[in-house]
Design a protein around this ligand. Structure first.
Ligand code: PFF
Length: 504
């Protein structure tokens, strides 16, 4: 069986940028910068990008291309015991996509309501009341929120359609889902920085607090942000690399993808903080008192700010639509990249039919999303996101560096990707993979564990933390181990050859 191929180098770059650029750029980066030293955050961010983000991104594309297979099989080729690591990454990304799709469902509700301006001047009530219909505690699921449920089903349908014909359809979809949100972001940014008061917001965003560089947490935040933003350690970039032909230029493409992702994050900060500055000026509320990140930013603060734009209902509708369409298109290609990563792993191992597997994973993902579409879903989403995203990601990162850097040999992989690449990486790359990245990750994970054992995340009751956090972490690990116990089904050509050899 010949493996699917990206239709061109450009499409590969677009697809990888599409996966990398998502909610993480628009709602996570600006807030992270704001909370971690403002303009000074750019220094740890770029250090993290150069020492861990770019080395790992290129590593993942390289091992995917080398194996011509998704994460589990690719890792297994590096070391025979490393397959469970790949499945652990894919089980983790399954959990992530099941709630990522729900967040996209919330965004879809806002898109729909932009036509009636149902969120105008009441974003908080609209979000918690109309959309989430939120219950009083995680223990009270309270049935589905119907608007969320409908939107989640539509989102999964779009994810499935985007993957319908494998990388061929992905190639066509990313021709839209990468440039469109970028264009929308640029329009939003221009509007934002030309609003009165924008400069106040921008100075909050960019004013460097050099003291912050002395805090280890700020460095940890930078590394975490880089991993999440580049979609590395989730098995996805390995799958995307597996559709490359053996002569592709991995270092140049990796640099382009990583820098595009970082640049878009940086731009998003202007759109967000320019608008917040205007809003702060208008309402005399200091920016410190606003939600500048995540759910609070996208669904409450930003729509409130847009509700107050000059130009009345027309301008509010237009900018509301632009913002939520941008979020949706940013997120959609990140969501389907996760599904593609999982499908690649399953198809490679079990030789299942790819179309059916894609449909099956989408249905399973939709079922996984159901819990987050209940009235208590936001709580579970918050808890699960915190644990799975941070803890699994870091643990997988450490093991992956160990497998590649120590068991297989960083030097060998470097020689492999340098051979076909215009920009050659030197020994520094080995040092990053063998020492710098794992040591930083180890530090982050230890301080993370200490923090989470001392205080319950988000003040949730311990039983909810155990169920939504630690149990999910454990479940991903167990699922990863179980899947790797199954024997690989050999591709038809190989099994014919094997039986011929047996007979002979
Ligand atoms: N990189 C995406 C973002 O920044 O929003 C998020 C993401 C996509 C994370 C795909 C993980 C992933 F597998």
């Amino acid at each position: 069986m010949t493996r699917e191929r990206w239709s061109s180098r450009f499409i590969f770059i677009l697809a990888a940028v599409g996966s990398a650029v998502g909610l993480g750029n628009a709602w996570r980066f600006p807030g992270q910068a704001f909370n971690n030293g403002g303009g000074a955050f750019l220094i740890p961010y770029f250090v993290a990008l150069l020492t861990a983000g770019i080395p790992l991104l290129i590593l993942e594309h390289a091992i995917g291309r080398r194996a011509q297979a998704g994460a589990p099989a690719a890792l297994k080729q590096l070391h025979k015991k490393a397959e469970p690591l790949g499945w652990w990454a894919l089980a983790t990304s399954f959990v992530i996509v099941s709630y990522y799709a729900v967040v996209l469902g919330w965004v879809a509700n806002y898109i729909y309501s932009s036509f009636t301006l149902a969120w105008r001047d009441r974003a908080s009530d609209y979000f918690f009341g109309d959309v989430l219909q939120i219950s009083d505690s995680p223990g009270n699921l309270g049935g589905f929120s119907i608007p969320v449920l409908i939107a989640v089903v539509i989102t999964w349908l779009l994810v499935w359609l985007s993957l319908f014909n494998g990388v061929k359809t992905v190639g066509k979809v990313v021709m839209w889902t990468v440039p469109v949100p970028l264009a929308l972001l640029i329009i939003l940014m221009i509007r934002a920085v030309t609003l009165p008061g924008a400069l106040v917001g921008l100075s909050y965003y960019l004013q460097p607090d050099w003291q912050a560089l002395l805090k280890p947490d700020v460095w940890a935040a930078a590394y975490g942000q880089v991993f999440f933003s580049l979609s590395i350690l989730f098995g996805i970039m390995i799958a995307y690399g597996s559709y490359l032909s053996k002569d592709s230029d991995l270092t140049t493409d990796g640099l382009i993808i990583a820098l595009a992702d970082a640049g878009i994050s940086f731009l998003a900060g202007f759109a967000v903080f320019g608008t917040l500055g205007y809003f702060s000026n208008l309402t005399n509320t200091p920016i410190e008192e606003m939600s500048v990140q995540g759910v609070g930013l996208a669904f409450i603060t930003y729509p409130e700010a847009i509700s107050n734009l000059p130009g009345g209902a027309v301008s509010i509708t237009i900018f509301g639509l632009l913002f939520f369409l941008m979020l949706f298109t940013l997120g959609l290609d990140s969501a389907f990249s996760i599904v593609e990563g999982i499908v690649a792993g399953l198809v490679d191992k079990f030789q299942w039919n790819k179309k059916k597997t894609t449909l099956g994973v989408c249905i399973a993902g939709l079922l996984g999303s159901l819990i987050f579409a209940t009235k208590g879903g936001l709580y579970w989403l918050d808890i699960t996101d915190h644990f799975v995203n941070d803890f699994n990601l870091i643990a997988i990162g450490i093991i992956q560096c160990f497998v590649v850097g120590w068991l297989f040999g960083a030097k060998k992989i470097r020689a492999y990707f340098n051979e076909t690449s215009e920009i050659k990486f030197g020994r520094w790359w080995d040092i990053m993979i063998r020492y710098v990245t794992p040591i930083v990750l180890l530090y982050i994970s230890i301080s993370y564990l200490i923090e989470n054992v001392q205080v319950n995340y988000g003040d949730y009751e311990t039983r909810y933390i155990v169920i939504g956090g630690w149990a999910v972490v454990a479940a991903t690990l167990v699922v990863g181990l179980i899947i790797s116990i199954f024997r690989d089904r050999l591709p038809v050509a190989d099994s014919q050859q094997a039986s011929a050899e047996e007979e002979g």
